[in-house]
Design a protein around this ligand. Structure first.
Ligand SMILES: NC(=O)c1ccc[n+]([C@@H]2O[C@H](COP(=O)([O-])OP(=O)(O)OC[C@H]3O[C@@H](n4cnc5c(N)ncnc54)[C@H](OP(=O)(O)O)[C@@H]3O)[C@@H](O)[C@H]2O)c1
Length: 281
């Protein structure tokens, strides 16, 4: 089976590429990125393709059975058309199946919901395409929090507006395993799946940092309005509103979801303790 992975240069795309290379063989995996010259280390054939145009994807998808579409990073309204370029190229190239890496989240009114809604539209576009499909809705990855740890340590605390809301977390590694199964196993076709592990509060997350990474942090809650101002000041208007909206959804309980991970992978999702145990100093 020949597979094309979009956004293969990203951290999720790379994790999925490594896993699928092991599963299907290096000769059966290709990837796409806007800058192939920067991506030699994976050892797979990499095509230049931008979500803004169908052209590069049409070339990349020749002879491909299944496409793994990783959602883009741009303006949510633009993303819908960008993803349609990939879906249309897949259809034109004679691809059999699309596996879509989407996002969790019940509908709400946070500043993150435009992104959730754009992902739902792409899910609908894929279903309407007539191709076989399997959809994964990714929980929040825990890795960015761990990569941000030095900043938390400088501050002495983790601050956001999630308050006591819980969030179903995952990791890129667990997602890569789940996506390999969604690509491989046609009995999972025409399903939409929550790819999440256990749900924890921010206070519990900080507890894991302190226990496994030997930090001495506390959790401090802010109001959603104050946190939005803080985020936009530090990360700019767009990214700030995206991040603030994510924590607003956690606060509202909109990121606590029943997991489909075990049904897909055949084992339970790693616990948060097991995940942190891998990062232990
Ligand atoms: N669940 C979560 O917690 C979470 C967190 C962050 C992001 N996400 C979502 O998951 C996706 C992958 O995350 P990641 O961790 O792999 O992010 P990442 O490491 O920042 O990678 C982003 C990827 O998107 C590609 N990309 C961006 N704009 C593109 C365009 N116009 N055309 C083609 N490719 C484009 C980049 O490719 P180039 O080489 O062409 O730049 C890169 O491969 C993100 O795009 C985002 O939608 C989810």
């Amino acid at each position: 089976m020949k597979i094309a992975i979009t956004a293969v240069s990203g951290q999720l795309g790379t994790a999925i590429a490594k896993r699928t290379i092991d599963e299907f063989g290096i000769e059966n995996i290709v990837g796409t990125t806007r800058r192939p010259e920067k991506l030699k280390s994976l050892g797979i054939k990499v095509f230049k393709a931008d979500y803004d145009s169908e052209e590069g994807f049409l070339q990349a998808f020749q002879g491909i059975d299944s496409v793994l579409l990783i959602s883009g990073m741009g303006d949510p309204n633009k993303r819908i058309e960008q993803h349609r370029n990939v879906i249309n190229a897949a259809k034109e190239a004679g691809v059999r199946k699309i596996v879509y890496s989407s996002i969790i989240g019940n509908p709400g009114s946070s500043t993150f919901d435009a992104i959730v809604n754009s992902n739902r539209q792409t899910e609908k576009d894929i279903i309407d395409s007539g191709l076989n499909y399997a959809i994964g809705r990714n929980g929040l990855y825990i890795e960015p929090d761990i990569e941000y740890l030095d900043n938390y340590i400088k501050e002495g605390k983790v601050t956001n507006c999630a308050d006591e809301g819980k969030c179903s977390y995952t990791t890129r590694y667990e997602l890569a395993i789940a996506y390999t199964h969604l690509l491989k196993d046609d009995s999972l076709n025409e399903t939409i799946n929550n790819l999440v592990g256990e749900a924890i509060t921010q206070t519990e997350l900080v507890g894991y940092f302190n226990k496994y990474l030997k930090t001495n942090l506390v959790y401090e809650s802010m109001t959603p309005a104050d946190y939005l101002i803080w985020q936009q000041k530090h990360n700019g208007e767009f990214l700030g509103s995206v991040i603030a909206g994510i924590y607003q959804k956690i606060r509202n309980g909109e990121f606590v979801l029943k997991s489909d991970f075990e049904k897909i992978v055949g084992r339970k999702h790693k616990t948060i303790a097991e995940i942190f145990n891998n990062y232990k100093n």
